[in-house]
Design a protein around this ligand. Structure first.
Ligand code: AMP
Length: 285
């Protein structure tokens, strides 16, 4: 696997590939890799001749400095994992390569940017859009791969790509989970064993909620929140039932437009966990 730490090094590998009309897929990550990331790499390898994974902990998307400070980092191990997964190039840029000058752009994602993660992590999606658009212009992939675990991020990246007319196809991959159902996340490394075990309740509750017929969204929201909050290790920050199409909250079953998704953020101590589950049985009464 080729490792590039600067744009010049990246071009050394990618320019000849582009000349040979090889299609490239990009998997943007912040490192501390796990099987969720690896599923994106697998998906990318299946659809592209060249797979590039980037590792960059992007400061502009952290609204909480303590979260940035304690974010897990393990670049040596990450490189080994990527190499054995068959990744062709790892891009591990420094701050100067990604931001040679401060990025002052502000993106307006409208209502999409003001709910859920947008509401609880102000500025987060602006930072995501900044870094992803920069990675797209550095790597110039035909396709880029994102996880459904971060469903709102996926929608924001799609919006940013079309706002900027970027010729990149955004591909979504399923959420990979730990044995107890907890969505894999680099932040899971920061949980104590007891927190990690108890955090399995998040997914279990979402699945049980998705199978409940006959409850209105408000009632279901209270049920999910009560059940998770009754666990001493967990505290719900938000739980919303939203339309898959625009991620806007639905207050009445009758207002659903197509499939609904239950989206949640939970705090386990100082660690913030997010997850979502589609509600296939949630039909109008
Ligand atoms: P991160 O390194 O957390 O920024 O994540 C990089 C990419 O991996 C994002 O597109 C995430 O949505 C995706 N990802 C993170 N966790 C998972 C997971 N458990 N399953 C699938 N994709 C994931």
């Amino acid at each position: 696997m080729y490792v590039a730490r600067t744009i010049v090094e990246s071009e050394r590998f990618l320019a000849p590939a582009r000349k040979a009309h090889k299609e490239t897929g990009l998997v943007p990550t912040m490192g501390a890799l796990h099987n969720g990331h690896m599923s994106l790499v697998d998906c990318c390898r299946g659809e592209n001749e060249i797979t590039v994974a980037s590792i960059f902990v992007n400061p502009t998307q952290f609204n909480d400095p303590a979260d940035l400070e304690k974010y897990p980092r393990n670049p040596e191990r990450d490189l080994e994992i990527l190499s054995s997964a068959g990744c062709d190039m790892a891009f591990i840029p420094g701050m100067r390569s990604v931001y040679p000058a401060p990025d002052n752009r502000t993106f307006d994602f409208g209502k999409l940017g003001r709910i859920m993660e947008g509401k609880y992590r102000p500025g987060h999606f602006n930072g995501v859009a900044q870094v992803v658009s920069r990675l797209f212009s550095i790597i110039r992939p035909q396709r880029a791969y994102f996880g459904m675990k971060d469903l709102q991020q996926l929608a924001v990246v799609r919006r940013m790509t079309s706002m900027l007319n970027l010729p990149v196809e955004i591909r979504a991959c399923d959420t990979v989970r730990e044995g107890n159902g907890l969505a894999m996340s680099s932040r899971n490394e920061l949980l104590t064993p007891a927190q990690r075990e108890n955090a399995g309740l998040i997914y279990k509750t979402l699945v049980d909620a998705s199978n409940k017929s006959g409850m209105e969204p408000g009632e279901l929201k209270r049920w999910v929140t009560r059940r998770i909050n009754s666990n001493p290790f967990l505290e719900v920050e938000y739980f919303e039932i939203v339309n898959e199409s625009d991620l806007q909250p639905v207050e009445k079953r009758g207002d659903a437009e197509g499939r609904l998704v239950g989206c949640i953020a939970v705090r386990a101590g100082s660690v913030r966990l997010i997850d979502n589950v589609f509600f296939p049985n949630f039909e109008p009464l």
